[in-house]
Design a protein. Structure first.
Length: 449
């Protein structure tokens, strides 16, 4: 209904929609011409007794024709909570139409500019020896994965994910004691192939901001790629996980680096789970591999691999000094090649492992594939967990992480009640799921962050 109404409003002839002396709703905040406005601001106005409804549009051109957000509200409403984080440093145009006697024939316009991203709110992390350091102290990452922005128009709830990226959601993560939130992203969404690129970027902006302003680092993760749009997962399938990056992954990281290079609270996770290539191709690219076959009846395609060194170089080429994470081979599990001559040539890199106890549950295995690297370079585990809510292996793994100086981010703040996911949540109100979820909650509470 709102979309239809907006189309009617936009197509109305100029004279019929012109603002006149008739009584109408008038804005009280933000003030017209205001700068430095919060990107999550609410709009407020004074209404009139005759108003049957009001209709709000927000855009980046006069009349809000390129609509970022819109909504129709009852005539006695006096406020509107903008459902998206607004672009920063760009003049925003807001219009409020007032419906009187069945007609939206009067309106008021204002313009304001959202504040720039704050700088220096979190100390920038950097690699130092075998540690990640921030503000002169070892940064022990205690993170959680906030999944679903990977979803595109063919996945589950579609573009925008599960909609649980609100202030309350991030308040709950903060209340548990997390100091980092990993935000998995889709290359196809970011580049506009499966979702609107502008909408996707604004949702990521909002999630990053919500994490940072609560003292939590945002780990931006290239989780799904799509082989330049040729993979079976560009349409009509449920996932987008490929063995290695492709040429468009360079564009993804150039754009992300440009957007967040001044954000001390943002960490770049270059590629989610590399697999099925050699260590030399993992680092330098150039080999040919076959895409994953996850589509409904889709076909696999061959493509030329881009290596993680090239992704790191793309980030640095945009002037971004952010800490980058480089995940190992065998679905990010194996880090042995990092200390066997295939480390990245980069001034600020840590290495990333994923440890799921269903597959890797012995200390000998952890020592051989991960511990050997942690003895020489900074290592963090951006995914780990059990798949049955059990705690024995996870508790031993957490103790081992502590002994090795490895930070961690549990999978995941998503899919409440699902041990198989694995989720840490019983519900989206932040109640810990019995077993592993409760273990993580209590572990954070005991550490006092």
């Amino acid at each position: 209904m709102a979309v239809v109404l907006l189309a009617l409003l936009m197509s109305a002839p100029g004279p019929a929609a012109a603002a006149g002396p008739e009584p109408q709703a008038t804005f009280t905040a933000p003030e017209d011409g205001a700068t430095g406005v919060s990107p999550t601001t609410s709009l407020t106005w004074n209404t009139i007794p005759e108003a049957q409804n009001v209709f709000i549009t927000i855009g980046t051109s006069t009349g809000a024709n390129d609509v970022l957000a819109s909504g129709e509200l009852p005539g006695d409403s006096t406020s509107y909570e903008i459902p998206v984080a607004l672009p920063r440093g760009v003049p925003l145009h807001v219009r409020i139409y007032t419906k009187v006697a069945g007609a939206y024939d009067r309106y008021e316009d204002i313009t304001f500019t959202a504040e720039p991203f704050p700088s220096g709110s979190l100390p920038a992390p950097h690699a130092e020896g075998t540690r990640i350091v921030a503000g002169g102290r070892t940064l022990k990452l205690r993170g959680v994965n906030r999944d679903s922005l990977t979803w595109g128009r063919h996945n589950w709830s579609g573009c925008g994910g599960d909609q649980h990226f609100t202030d309350r959601d991030f308040d709950e993560m903060q209340a548990w004691g997390f100091n980092a939130v990993r935000i998995p992203l889709s290359q196809a969404n970011w580049l506009g192939r499966r979702c609107d690129a502008g909408d996707d970027a604004r949702m990521v902006d909002s999630a990053v901001q919500k994490a940072n302003e609560r003292g939590m680092y945002a780990i931006v993760d290239l989780h799904w790629s799509d082989v330049g749009g040729r993979s079976p997962c560009d349409a009509d399938c449920n996932t987008g996980q490929q063995p290695m990056p492709d040429a468009d992954s360079l564009d993804f990281w150039r754009q992300v680096a440009q957007r967040y290079e001044d954000r001390s609270g943002v960490i770049f996770d270059l590629y989610n789970e590399p697999h099925d290539v050699s260590w030399s191709c993992w680092r330098d690219g150039g080999c040919t591999t076959e895409s994953s076959e996850y589509a409904n009846g889709g076909k696999q395609v061959d493509y030329r691999v881009v290596g993680l060194q090239q992704l790191a170089d793309a980030v640095r080429g945009e002037g971004a000094g952010n800490l980058v994470l480089a995940a190992g081979l065998d679905w990010a599990w194996d880090l042995r090649g990092v200390v066997d001559g295939h480390a990245l040539d980069d001034p600020n890199v840590a290495y990333d492992t994923h440890v799921y106890t269903l597959f890797h549950h012995t200390q000998d295995d952890w020592d051989e594939h991960v511990g050997v690297a942690a003895d020489e370079v900074p290592v963090t585990a951006t995914e780990f967990g059990s798949s049955d809510c059990s705690t024995a292996d996870t508790r031993r793994l957490l103790d081992w992480f502590d002994d090795e100086g490895i930070g961690w981010s549990i999978w995941s703040w998503n899919d409440p009640g699902s041990c198989q996911q694995p989720s840490v949540l019983a519900n989206m109100e932040g109640t810990p799921l019995a077993g592993q979820g409760q273990l993580i909650h209590d572990r954070l509470a005991a550490e006092g962050r």
